[in-house]
Design a protein around this ligand. Sequence first.
Ligand SMILES: *[C@@H]1O[C@H](CO)[C@@H](O)[C@H](O)[C@H]1NC(C)=O
Ligand SMILES: *[C@@H]1O[C@H](CO)[C@@H](O)[C@H](O)[C@H]1NC(C)=O
Ligand SMILES: *[C@@H]1O[C@H](CO)[C@@H](O)[C@H](O)[C@H]1NC(C)=O
Ligand SMILES: *[C@@H]1O[C@H](CO)[C@@H](O)[C@H](O)[C@H]1NC(C)=O
Ligand SMILES: *[C@@H]1O[C@H](CO)[C@@H](O)[C@H](O)[C@H]1NC(C)=O
Ligand SMILES: [Fe+2]
Length: 469
Amino acid sequence: MGVNWVRAGSVYILLLGLILGAFLGSCNGGVSSRYARGNDISADMPLDSDVFALPVGYNAPQQVHITQGDHEGRGVIVSWVTPEEPGSNEVVYWAENSETKYSSLGTVVTYKYYNYSSPYIHHCTITNLEFDTKYFYEIGTGDVTRQFWFTTPPAVGPDVPYTFGLIGDLGQTFDSNRTLAHYESNPKGQAVLFVGDLSYADAYPLHDNNRWDSWARFVERSVAYQPWIWSAGNHEIDFLPEYGEGEPFKPYTHRYYVPYEASGSTSPLWYSIKRASAYIIVMSSYSAYGMYTPQYKWLISELPKVNRTETPWLIVVMHCPLYSTYTHHYMEGETMRVMFEKYFVQYKVDVVFSGHVHAYERTERISNIAYNIENGLCTPKYDGSAPVYITIGDGGNQEGLLYEMVDPQPLYSAFREPSYGHATFEIKNRTHAYYAWHRNQDGYAVEADSLWFHNLYWNSTQISSTASM
Ligand SMILES: *[C@@H]1O[C@H](CO)[C@@H](O)[C@H](O)[C@H]1NC(C)=O
Ligand SMILES: *[C@@H]1O[C@H](CO)[C@@H](O)[C@H](O)[C@H]1NC(C)=O
Ligand SMILES: *[C@@H]1O[C@H](CO)[C@@H](O)[C@H](O)[C@H]1NC(C)=O
Ligand SMILES: *[C@@H]1O[C@H](CO)[C@@H](O)[C@H](O)[C@H]1NC(C)=O
Ligand SMILES: *[C@@H]1O[C@H](CO)[C@@H](O)[C@H](O)[C@H]1NC(C)=O
Ligand SMILES: [Fe+2]
């Protein structure tokens, strides 16, 4: 409770805080961090920067990235690009400590975007891997063969420890590079939940798709070695009908394959995976989601399938936050909230991760499902079955940070700070997960915001909260 005083000041707000605070229980809500930031200019890194360097050799594979390739975690989709000619679609892979080499053959696709022609984009799904095993893999042939490695997750099960990294709205600025470097310096992350807005190529005239290529070269140093679980943001739409580009998500869906069919989805823009003790549901803020739409129908049939005895942790990822108290993009997630919040409460979603707002924020467990347009019950309330909503759109893109917040800070907002950073969600067992947000100005050892999550299915009572400035 005490931290409410810091921001509120006035007796009236203090009393209100005490009353609602008592209602909210013992949580330490309502910190607007006063952390002082430098005035970084978030310029994109020039194309001749080290992070965009081409691998040496004719037609050498570049832009290597991996993601989960099936529903359970025994598959990996390996994607890469060859610039001059298609070359080989083959991935050769072997388990560490094993002599046996396997190979898988993928496919190659290209696309055009106005007057841009993509390079050769390869996607190869490797299946039936052993759980919890380090694999090496090679792509390319001859003297341009490149080798990488990844570790498969442990078998799906209720008490399997696993740590997800969280990165959003990354872009390709000098700040983006700092965020990625900070994430890499954090030894905990085993797979990234990426909350959308990847390259920001659409900031360039004609959405210069060369910036999709440069972005993929930039992040290769992480995503070639651990899967990033993709969700699409508004900067993936690339809708430019005046130049004949009226097919939304065209560059994104050609470049980033996801295992959507494995979860019965009809679109790569929404899907689910199981990974260790987590069930991850990825949604699309920019695809139809009203009643009777494909996404709505899929989600409604998906939620009852989640077996919390098998995967206790139910995590939803969507680009646009349902709750945010920054003034930019304010209430953009409201229509999605109206559609889905009641199901998130009913099915006890533990946490919803979003981006879009270029700042950081964490809410209390709250819901606003009592409201209909007539009863006036339009204030979010503490709800022990509701998710925590975390906005982590602070990867560092060229649009910069958002500083303007709703003032005073609404009580449902537990902690907010406009700094670039990343977070980790560290599942310990079926009841406990430790969450920490790290701002880029500090080493990863500094946790600017942290929280012990008590799993909602296994413990539907109040969570504890700590936040440090
Ligand atoms: C595409 O068109 C733009 C605008 O006319 C031009 O600046 C650019 O050089 C063209 N790119 C290619 C690859 O032709
Ligand atoms: C990006 O970050 C890496 C790792 O810290 C560093 O080696 C590289 O020089 C940086 N590049 C740019 C353009 O900032
Ligand atoms: C849920 O998962 C547990 C553990 O894997 C299993 O024993 C149980 O049969 C599953 N329940 C259903 C309804 O499938
Ligand atoms: C689950 O993890 C928490 C945090 O590490 C620990 O305190 C608790 O004892 C664990 N529960 C079990 C059943 O091991
Ligand atoms: C349930 O949550 C409460 C309050 O956060 C906590 O004290 C308790 O240890 C939790 N129990 C389990 C089994 O996680
Ligand atoms: Fe966005």
